[in-house]
Ligand binder design. Sequence first.
Ligand code: 3PG
Length: 331
Amino acid sequence: MGYSYILPRKQAQQTAIFLTSLVEDMKVLVATEKPFAPIAVEGIRKEVEAAGMELALLEKYTERQQLLDAVQDADALIIRSDKVDAEVLDAAKQLKIVVRAGAGYDNVDLDAATAHHVCVMNTPGQNSNAVAELALGMMVYAVRNFYNGTSGCELMGKTLGIHAYGNVGRNVARIAKGFGMNVMAYDAFCPKDVIEKDGVKAVDSAEELYRSCQIVSLHIPATDQTRNSINYNLLKQMPKGALLVNTARKEVINEPELLQLMDERQDLKYVTDVMPACDAVMKEKYANRYFSTPKKMGAQTAEANINAGIAAARQIVDFLQNGNERFRVNK
Ligand code: 3PG
């Protein structure tokens, strides 16, 4: 009889029981400076405790030392925009996995995580509708002159440019079409036919997008390639009465150049869910053309918190129990 690579059923069951018992008593820490909705935390707790693990919470922390203390005995970590760097990883002696409950993972030092043998994941798509709804809400707010009682304009019939056609960009396109907008998109990595299948006109360059659209909604991640890439030369191409909406990252904007253009062009508006370093100057100089949320609100809905939080908990359990590395973002 030849050697079988398939484990006999009993042995497979014993292996599963062994792996599950390894996970038991492990600690999952949710460390969120900006907390999830309580209902999402309860969902995370159910997932974690059903796997026999313990849930620890560090919410609304204000000092970095609180995070450094809390991670010491954590086997797994769920975060949002919380910064996880080499110092946090050094303190987290037992850590095996960090899941960023959300899309962007520019807050995690991926190389340091790899050097510490820690797996990093995100939960793509789980909060994208929430961010997209906010982007459209911010558009309405801006074109209605921040609800100041003066006559504004409508979104219907306007041309919207979506810069990067990922999960959020697609949802923005879907909702914008409901408003009766003409929608265009530019994405350096997404094939044109994928964009056009959604009834969205795909353009060949960022320049073409900014030149063609009254409103541009930003959905690019913060990477070495995109930092400061939304600059004077790009923005100055936007037509008269243009509006830039940023629910992505502040780092992608070249702030001094945006300020220069806002000075030169009284018709340009900027609304953002990621407060710029120059917020005070913007507020003072362009009170009726600028708005920033005080804290990033895009993913701050019960639904997005539940989706991303529970996905993060499930990914942790599946990784620790079965070694599933789907959604891993570091090497
Ligand atoms: C994301 O990258 O998922 C969004 O920016 C949301 O971030 P938050 O979880 O910190 O609100």
